[in-house]
Design a protein around this ligand. Structure first.
Ligand SMILES: C[S@@+](CC[C@H](N)C(=O)[O-])C[C@H]1O[C@@H](n2cnc3c(N)ncnc32)[C@H](O)[C@@H]1O
Length: 237
């Protein structure tokens, strides 16, 4: 899968792309991440990409033209391209959206800064606007990394164990929360690992984990149980 990231700060990505699972996925050609500084698409001799807002007020607004032309140029190369604009005003990201993105051949992530984009970026390019949550970041880069991180782990071959994302919280195999995990030692500061996990009885372990996941979901995220796909999460039903 190919990701294109449109950003004024491409260097922010070097640490993230150079480590761990993402680095391996790039090395194995499972994902390709192309960074584009849309400042290079400005026709202004000072490479200016932002200006004061019409109507007054604080901050600077990113001008439409460099962004629109940058994306249009990218459209002309490679596979079909779905554009996501990172914005606190977008639809909140969830695992279903991540699963939908993971089926695409290519995703372009547009990162804002300052007060955000001139509205005509949205009017012309008609992106899907996506938010990381109800809070305001300095820029879209951290949100873009979060999307790459969540999407890439669904691409076959990117994880050490192919099955490890199936039971993850919110995932298609489990729309609720995952069960608690334990590892060695069997006792830590007087706290024993639940005996069932040491029993070797995989049917009972599977059942215990299912129950624990449902209990957690009930206690912490009752809203997930009201979800239409989660009717089987109700521990009483
Ligand atoms: C300081 S924010 C602009 C906020 C904007 N003035 C508003 O109130 O909606 C600058 C950029 O950070 C990114 N950003 C901020 N919060 C975000 C969030 N919750 N999710 C995704 N992107 C976010 C967007 O790309 C945005 O254009």
């Amino acid at each position: 899968m190919r990701f294109d990231v449109l950003t004024l700060f491409p260097d922010l990505f070097s640490g993230y792309l150079g480590e761990s699972l993402v680095k391996k996925a790039i090395q194995r050609n499972l994902i390709d991440v192309q960074l584009h500084d849309f400042r290079n698409w400005t026709t202004d001799k000072h490479k200016k990409v932002d200006d004061r807002p019409y109507g007054g007020g604080p901050g600077m607004v990113i001008m439409a033209d460099p962004v629109v032309r940058c994306f249009e140029d990218l459209q002309n190369e490679g596979p079909p391209n779905h554009l996501v604009l990172l914005s606190p005003q977008g639809k909140r990201l969830d695992q279903k959206t991540v699963e939908r993105f993971a089926k695409l051949p290519r995703l372009t992530l547009l990162c804002g800064r300052y007060e955000g984009f001139d509205q005509r970026v949205v009017d012309v390019l008609e992106p899907e606007e996506v938010s990381l949550g109800d809070f305001v970041l300095n820029g879209g880069e951290v949100a873009a990394m979060a999307i790459i991180d969540a999407v890439m782990r669904l691409i076959p071959g990117t994880l050490g164990d192919e099955k490890s994302h199936i039971d993850d919280s919110f995932s298609s195999g489990n729309r609720g929360l995952e069960y608690p995990h334990y590892t060695r030692p069997a006792e830590y500061r007087g706290l024993r690992v639940p005996e069932i996990l040491l029993s070797g009885n995989h049917d009972r372990i599977h059942q215990w984990r299912e129950e624990q996941g449902k209990k957690r979901t009930q206690e912490r995220r009752k809203d997930l149980m009201d979800h239409e796909d989660s009717s089987d999460l109700d521990p009483n039903g």
